[in-house]
Every structure is written in C-alpha cells, then in structure tokens.
Design a protein around this ligand. Structure first.
Ligand code: AMP
Length: 549
C-alpha cells in the first residue's frame, strides 16, 4: 500500500485539490485544483514571475502542441522513454525501474505482483502524448516540458533583448508526460505545471556571474554525485569546484531563495547532483533541488542544469537555421589569417575524379601538415600524395570585429505541483488547544490562499451581519481574497480558517456597532487585537504582501 499523508485528505475536503474525473471513475495522473489550490498555485507562479522578472528575463507563452520535428531535434521522440513491462493477464503496466525498487523479487522473476501472471519483455515506452494536427494529420505531441518553445524562438528573443548575452526567458504552463503508472498524488502526474527559466550565456562567461556578490555568502546544502554531503557557501562551492561555475551557483542560490520564500523549511531542502549514470548525455552538470517530504522522502522539485549548447545546436541541425550569434569584440582585433591556394589544374591532372575531395581535405589540414616534403590526404578511399609546390600558404593580417558563438543554456526547471504538495504537507501541523485538536496550514501570510475571513459574532443578528458583509466587500474590493462565514460557533469558524491557512480572522461584535472597531485574530499566535474597521484593509494588505526579492 502506498504511504500517503493526511494532508491529501484534508486538501480534498477543504477545496485545495482532488483527483480529476471522479464522476467517471478518475483517470490516474490528472488532478483538479479547487479554489484554494488554484489560489495557492497562483501565488507560487506569481513569486516565480516576480523573481525572474527582477532578473530582467523575458516572459513568453508558446503553444502546448508542437509538430514532431521539434521533438526529433530535442531527442524526446527517440529517447524520452521509461522501461515498461506489462501483464497480459490483468492488463497492469509496470515501470520496471520502479518495480525493481519496490518489489525486486517480482521484477527479477518477471511476475506480475498483482495476479502472478508472466510479465512481457521490457520495452522502452515513450512518455510523450501524441496527437495529430489538422485534417492532414501532421504528427505532433503535447509538450513534455515548456523549454523547447524558448529554444526555437531564441533568435527572436535575442533581437528583442538588444542582442546581448546573458539573455533570460521564462515560461509557465502545463506539460504532459504519459507516465506508465502514475501514483504518489501530485508528484507524478500526466498533466502537470512547470515554470522554466532558460538563461542563454556566452560559453566563455559562465565562470563569472555579474551579480554573484549578492549570493556568494548564501549557504547551500549539497550532496554531490559521490553522495558526499556538505553545506558550504556559494562562493566556497565554486572555489572548491563542487559547483562548476558561478553561473550555476548563482541560479541554485536563487532557486533556494524562491523555495524558502514560498514556505519550504530550510532544513528540508538540499541540492543533489546527478550521478554520471543519471546525467542526461548532453548536460554538463545537473543538480536537483530536493525537498524532504514526510510521506515520500526526498523529492525532486526543481532541476538546475547546464545544458551546454545542445538545444540550440540540435534545432539548428534539424531546421537548417544557424544556431550561432555574432558577438562583437569591444575593440576590433588584428589577426593573422591563413589562406591556402591550391593549384587546382595540377591536382586535377594528377588525381582526376578524386581531385575535388583532395582539395577539400587539404584546406582542412593544420599548417604543420602542409609544410613537409610531401603532403598526404585521403580522397576516393585512397591515400593521395601531393607535391607541396602545388600549394601556396599565405598569411595576411585581417581586422576581426567579433566572433560567432553558440550560447550555452543554464536552466532552472520547476515542477509547481510538487512544490505545492510540499508546501501543504510541510506547513501542516496538528496541535492541541485547550484540549481541542487544531489543524493548521501555517503557510507564510503572503502565500495563504485566503488572506482574511470576516465573521459576524452572531450570524442571525442583522446589524452585525450587515456590518460584517460591508467589511467583507471592502476587503474584496481592495484586491484581497476574503471569506465570509456566519455558520456555527466562532471557535469552529476559526478552526475552518486555520485548516486552510487563513492568517487573519476578523470578528464584528456588538462593540463594533458602537465604536467602529473589530477584533483581528492572528492564526499562529491566536492573539486578538482590536482595530478600527476602516484600517483593516490596509492592515491585511500590509501583512500579506510578499516581501521583495
Ligand atoms: P525534468 O524536466 O524531468 O527535470 O522535470 C522538471 C521538474 O518537473 C521536476 O523537478 C519535477 O518537479 C517536475 N515533474 C517532472 N515530471 C513530473 C510529473 N510526471 N508530475 C509532476 N511533476 C513532474
């Protein structure tokens, strides 16, 4: 039986999230966000957006459906697979690496753990969801990550960004992975939410990040590819080469800053480096930000990778569009440029049909190989010996104004559903208050889905209700998410708000009608203070505003 946390039950009953398509028996890997879940997700997205806008990055939105070529180029069409074995008897499909971990005996014996039927041979199962575009049925896929759209439009973004590196772009949106047997609630979905930043950098400028001073003292808990754990500052991590360069360290520190801002406890956060056997073949280095959940242990919530020039180069090869950008030098430089002139007539007479290939091979030879008594090249499958007198090497000085390079990509890739789950689980606490149990989601006030709740002390008292409704309306007009609750005892109403993490509850009582004040009760301390009602919208706004990055 899979271990779950009571938070999933609470989240379902309190309007955060629940399995989708319940009416039709559910479809594994799809979840609905109810109003509080949608609000919490929006707050995560807003924080991500604020952080990367503050970095000066460009926000884009690309289509979810893309033609097949995109994923041939990216490698997803060929390699984005998990190993699968099926049971023909009961129809269950297994992801073999998971089965090996959870039930090694069954995996090795190739037996279905449910019905003991014989499993099929293991085969790679592509995780992309396929579709057809238009009546011509052009093959396409639902994107398995948001990043590809940014790589494809890099040149446009580069022009918009005044042709300067580093250039950052980011995107929030849904992605799709046809997971073989999705479980673990929000952790493994078939449709999920991502927020990805793609930072294009000059390959020679990764070593130093212009804003590194801002993060150099930030401690990072690192578990390297050899499973060695150490906590060190970003600066130490770079100087000891634990982290490849300042740009990677900078982005990891920013990821940490955002996760802490959202309400992930510091002691439950670490970065784990991909082992050699996990590292994607194109990635130069990759670290996962992992959160230690109570139900599932350490869970990857963000991947931060140095992807080198893989993505731009692959799309260039597939589309035929050059990947490089021209970077002017601050000052033009004088360079010695070597040109090789070949006596084509003489070589043509000597080599006949192999001459053209031999000339191409000659042009590619390094200078030292052109200076010997004889020169040898391969042409037409044979070694051809060429007399140096047919070759003239000229060296000229030339003014060079810049160079063409293919940028490298540093990518922090966030999974929002996993972050949202972690926030709910790790901020959920149960305690006893005056011998009564109290469940609280102690999210930071700026993350709470509902910022304030308004109660008339007595629900059926017209004067109190009218005043409470008026305050409720004023709060909503001020842009706050506020609830109104007039049912049951005040203590019950507080508990209901505690369960969804509302930081402030306001009660309108008889004194409110006399002097225009109301009590504001704070969620964690449960302390109450009396405040003039006209000041309450400002009071709540100020205390629930997100702190700046
Ligand atoms: P990846 O591109 O595989 O590194 O994924 C980036 C992030 O997306 C991960 O860190 C996860 O947080 C999230 N993620 C990946 N696959 C899933 C999934 N099937 N369901 C939910 N989140 C996912």
């Amino acid at each position: 039986m899979e271990k779950t946390h009571p938070i999933l039950e609470l989240a379902k009953n309190r309007g955060f999230l629940w399995p989708a398509y319940e009416l039709y028996g559910q479809v594994a890997g799809f979840y609905d966000y109810g109003p509080h879940g949608a609000a919490l997700k929006r707050r995560i997205e807003d924080a991500f957006r604020r952080l990367y806008l503050a970095e000066g990055y460009l926000e884009v939105e690309n289509p979810i459906v893309a033609p097949e070529e995109v994923f041939i180029a990216s490698g997803h069409a060929g390699h984005f697979t998990d190993p699968m074995a099926e049971c023909p008897k009961c129809g269950t499909a297994y992801r073999l690496d998971h089965l090996l971990k959870e039930n090694p005996e069954a995996a090795r014996a190739q037996k279905c753990p449910q019905c003991k039927g014989s499993l099929t041979e293991t085969r790679p199962f592509n995780l992309m969801m396929a579709t057809h575009i238009g009546p011509s049925k052009r093959p396409g896929y639902l994107r398995p990550e948001t990043a590809q759209g940014i790589y494809i439009t890099f040149k446009r973004l580069y022009r918009l960004g005044r042709e300067k590196l580093p250039l950052g772009a980011f995107q929030l949106g849904t992605s799709f992975r046809n997971e073989i047997s999705p479980r673990q609630g929000l952790l493994r979905l078939r449709e999920f939410h991502m927020a990805e930043a793609e930072v294009f950098v000059h390959p020679d400028e990764k070593e130093e990040h212009p804003r590194f001073a801002e993060v150099e003292g930030v401690p990072l808990r690192l578990v390297d590819a050899q499973d060695r754990e150490k906590t060190m500052t970003s600066a130490e991590a770079v100087s000891t080469r634990t982290l490849l360069h300042q740009t990677l360290a900078y982005h990891m520190a920013r990821v940490q800053q955002l996760l802490l801002h959202l309400g992930i406890p510091q002691e439950r956060l670490r970065f784990r480096q991909h082992r050699k056997d996990e590292l994607a073949h194109y990635a130069l280095d990759c670290w996962d930000a992992e959160v230690q959940t109570k139900a599932y242990g350490w869970v990857e919530v963000v991947g931060i990778a140095d992807r080198g020039d893989y993505d731009l180069t692959r799309h260039s090869k597939q589309s035929g569009e050059p990947a490089g950008v021209f970077i002017p030098y601050p000052e033009p430089q004088t360079r010695k440029v070597r040109t090789i002139r070949v006596d084509k007539k003489a070589i043509g007479q000597q080599l006949g049909s192999r001459a053209a290939e031999a000339i191409r091979a000659l042009s590619a030879l390094p200078p030292e190989k052109l200076r010997g008594p004889t020169i040898q090249v391969q042409a037409g499958g044979q070694t051809c010996t060429i007399d140096p007198k047919h070759i003239t090497i000229e060296e000229k000085e030339q003014k060079v104004t810049g160079e063409t390079i293919t940028p490298h990509v540093i990518e922090p890739s966030y999974g929002l559903d996993r972050i949202l789950y972690s926030l709910l689980e790790l901020n959920h606490r149960e305690e006893q208050v005056e011998e009564e149990p109290r469940a609280v989601i102690g999210l930071p006030p700026h993350m709470a889905p509902v910022q304030a709740a308004v109660f008339p002390l007595l629900g059926n008292h017209p004067g109190l209700a009218a005043r409470a409704r008026e305050l409720h309306r004023t709060l909503r007009q001020a842009g706050l998410r506020a609830e109104y609750d007039d049912s049951g005892a005040i203590g019950r109403r507080y508990r209901r708000q505690d369960e969804i993490g509302t930081p402030y509850c306001i009660t309108i009582d008889h004194q409110s009608l006399e002097d225009g004040t109301a009590t504001i009760r704070e969620r964690d301390s449960m302390k109450q203070e009396r405040t003039p009602t006209r000041e309450i919208p400002g009071y709540i706004q100020q205390r629930t505003a997100p702190p700046p990055f």
